[in-house]
Design a protein around this ligand. Structure first.
Ligand code: MRU
Length: 383
């Protein structure tokens, strides 16, 4: 039966019975809620590239579950061929989109677990007697693949469950920045549909609603792919939150009129100095917010903070097809033929324009080079 609401559906999950990754096809929202079952690497990569599943955390979880599914469906019976195929799939999925670090982060975690599991199955037992060697070898020959698959499944499910938990904790920290009666602006979709549940930037909003606070949320439409209109406005309205949609170029007027008390956005990659890549147009919102003294908060799971990237200049920005600007959503082309098109998917907000970065380990304030280190120290202390 077709679902009629996304309320109780995870954006991405594992269908263990059919060994598939199940996603909500976000390209059809808000007009149709359809679930897609992904079993082939080509379909997984296409789903990520075409934004059937999108949002940094959600693509990370999809890739992790995807690596388990692809391995579980593999016909390879020899360890070397199995390992070679694993690497091939990992690189193939990793190339789907370059900016969100969660993709390579999740694939990296799956890779570490894979290597460890393969290593374990090759390590001889401590018992050196000849008969024990033979027994171990036979047992390994029969069991190595299921042991590796079990390790991959557990890691993929851990990434999925952590996403839910991390968003909830970001929500709790973010909620401390919201006051009853606030107008809150958000850009793109860093909502439930960008994660497994709750979202990052929307998690404080959902909790505010749960705890009886009155808030009004303004959603930027988010050209060219309309994640704000199609996804954020849809999911917030479904959740019963007072929601207003506006075109991207209207947020300055809203801020000037004093209608916005805080801005919450998500992110695709936060550099070590706090510079943040997020959906194209975010940096404009941040610059205008600074002009009008509106606090600008970035909600960032530590999985989206990339300490190997020193600053925003080092973040690779995905460029997308010109048709997204000239044709998509229109009945006919709405730009002259052959005009040059600039269509980056993300921009970088300078850390100076960010009031605070809300992580699952607490709220980081400038200078981020130090405060983000504190967040990671808390993370390491907790594990
Ligand atoms: O191109 P998209 O739709 O994947 O871009 C998504 C965003 O920019 C989100 O704000 C970001 O991934 C954070 S999601 C919690």
């Amino acid at each position: 039966m077709k679902p009629t609401s996304i309320d109780n559906i995870d954006t991405v999950c594992l269908d263990e019975e059919n060994t598939a990754v199940v996603i909500i096809d976000q390209t059809l929202l808000p007009n149709e809620i359809r679930l897609l079952s992904l079993t082939r690497a080509e379909d997984m990569r296409e789903a990520i590239y075409l934004l059937k599943v999108r949002g940094a955390p959600a693509i990370g979880v999809t890739a992790a579950l995807g690596m388990y599914v692809l391995s579980a469906r593999s016909n390879e019976t020899e360890p070397d061929a199995f390992a070679e195929e694993f690497q091939k799939h990992k690189e193939y999925l990793n190339a789907a989109r370059p900016t969100a670090v969660n993709l390579s982060w999740a694939l990296g975690r799956m890779d570490s677990v894979f290597r460890r599991a393969m290593q374990n199955m090759q390590t001889p037992s401590a018992d050196t007697s000849e008969s024990s060697h033979a027994d171990t070898h036979n047992a390994n020959a029969a069991d190595w693949k299921s042991a590796v698959l079990e390790a991959l499944k557990q890691e993929a499910l851990a990434i999925y469950h952590e996403d839910i938990e991390v968003c909830r904790r970001i929500g709790e920290h973010g909620l401390t920045l919201i006051h009853d009666g606030d107008g809150i602006l958000t850009h793109c979709n860093a909502g439930k549909l960008a994660t497994v549940r709750y979202g990052t930037a929307t998690a404080p909003m959902y909790l505010a609603k749960e705890r009886g606070l009155t808030i009004s949320v303004y959603c930027d439409e988010t050209r060219p792919l309309l994640q704000g209109a199609r996804l954020t406005a849809f999911e917030l309205q479904e959740a019963g939150i007072d929601t207003t949609l506006l075109c991207d170029n209207m947020s300055a007027s809203l801020m000037r009129r004093g209608k916005v008390q805080a801005i919450f956005v998500g992110c695709d990659r936060v550099a070590a100095n706090g510079d943040t890549a997020n959906k194209i147009g975010t940096s404009v919102v941040a610059a205008v917010a600074r002009k009008y003294g509106v606090p600008f908060y970035v909600c960032a799971p530590t999985s989206t903070i990339d300490r190997n990237t020193p600053d925003g200049d080092a973040i690779v920005i995905e460029q997308r097809k010109p048709e997204e600007v000239t044709e998509m959503w229109y009945e006919k082309r709405m730009a002259p033929q052959h005009v040059k098109i600039y269509n980056p998917a993300f921009d970088v907000t300078d850390s100076e324009d960010i009031t605070a970065i809300v992580t699952e380990y607490g709220i980081a304030y400038p200078p981020y080079i130090d405060s983000l280190k504190v967040m990671f120290a808390k993370k390491e202390g907790a594990s």
